[in-house]
Design a protein around this ligand. Structure first.
Ligand code: IMP
Ligand code: MG
Length: 173
């Protein structure tokens, strides 16, 4: 297995998520529910920590999508592997993603969810790699902006490994 070097520490992630959670809470009227939709698999850990930093008005659901293929040209084609259990009509929805890279996955997902008549749709991403963007996509809450490097950990994988690291790391080849 390749070795990893820490890019964003566990403490820095936890600190940032507390700040993000407070920001999100402040942006919605106190009496209204917030429905968080995590994108599997990468978004699971961010979701778990984010909701624990939020108040009881939070509900959540999960969906799984396949990205457009490994190392091939990005077509923007996204396949839904697991759809939501919940109806989004009239709800405040926040999509919770691990990383926005080209933006193609998010762009597709946002359109898909907006078509389900939610009251609002926002997006929270732990990481953003703006240098890689292929499509303009709105991300309302960003944990950290990083350079164009392939990262793993905290939900993010390389060939399904390293998702369990409690920090974000760069693989040393
Ligand atoms: P998109 O290119 O913005 O559509 O991102 C598609 C997906 O690629 C993300 O949700 C991640 O699951 C994955 N991805 C993008 N960059 C990285 C990375 O640096 N490490 C691991 N997965 C990544
Ligand atoms: Mg993802």
């Amino acid at each position: 297995m390749a070795t990893t070097s820490v890019l964003i520490s566990q403490a820095d992630i936890q600190q940032r998520i507390k700040t993000l959670a407070a920001e999100i809470e402040k942006d919605y009227p106190a009496t209204e529910e917030i429905h968080l939709v995590a994108v599997l698999k990468g978004g699971f850990m961010f979701m778990a920590d984010l909701v624990r930093a939020m108040s009881e008005r939070v509900t959540m659901d999960f969906m799984a999508v396949s990205s457009y293929g490994k190392g091939t040209t990005s077509s923007g084609q996204v396949r839904v592997l697991k759809d939501l259990d919940s109806n989004l009509e009239g709800r405040h929805v926040i999509v919770v993603e691990d990383i926005v890279d080209t933006g193609l996955t998010l762009h597709y997902l946002q359109d898909l969810l907006k078509a389900r008549a939610p009251k609002s749709v926002k997006t929270a991403c732990l990481l953003s790699k703006p240098a890689r963007r292929k499509v303009a996509v709105q991300v309302d809450y960003i944990g950290f902006t990083i350079e164009d490097r392939f990262v793993v950990g905290y939900g993010l994988d390389y060939a399904e490994k390293y998702r369990n690291l409690p920090y974000i790391a760069v693989l040393e080849q």
